[in-house]
Write a protein that binds this ligand. Structure first.
Ligand code: THU
Length: 130
């Protein structure tokens, strides 16, 4: 699965976002070691703290379906009607760190051709692990 293909799936997933409060539609596509892709979108709540980000939706779908080893993740989304880069929030970085090593690639895309790849270690240095 190429980065471009994974980004396309993240864009598709963002269309499913439930984001009546922020208006930001975010999608994530997480490639499992099995080759299966788990997509996710952000799901907001009137009690804002209960909102779930796209990345966590994807990770939780994967883990709940029995997959815990991952190759890479891509995020993409739309803010104020235009595609925008979304970097994972702190909570999502910590959730990824539970299952992924520091060299895990996190792709933040503005389009299928314009994207940045950071490792999880760059995004969350010295992550908390038990
Ligand atoms: N959000 C995500 O889903 N992923 C990110 O990487 C950053 C932020 C969502 C949460 C909330 O619904 C909206 O974007 C605005 O913060």
């Amino acid at each position: 699965m190429t980065d471009k293909e994974l980004i396309a799936l993240a864009f598709e997933a963002c269309e499913k976002a439930y984001a009546p409060y922020s208006g930001c539609k975010v999608g994530a596509a997480l490639l499992g070691k099995s080759g299966k892709v788990y997509t996710g979108c952000n799901i907001e709540n009137s009690s804002f703290g209960a909102t779930n980000c796209a990345e966590r939706t994807a990770v939780f779908k994967a883990v709940s379906e029995g997959e815990k080893e991952f190759v890479k993740i891509a995020t993409a989304g739309i803010k104020e009607g235009e595609s925008a880069v979304f970097y994972p929030c702190g909570i999502c970085r910590q959730v990824l760190a539970e299952f992924c090593t520091e060299d895990f690639p996190v792709i933040s895309a503005k389009s299928e051709d314009e994207y940045e790849t950071n490792t999880l270690g760059d995004l969350l240095k010295n992550s908390f692990r038990l």
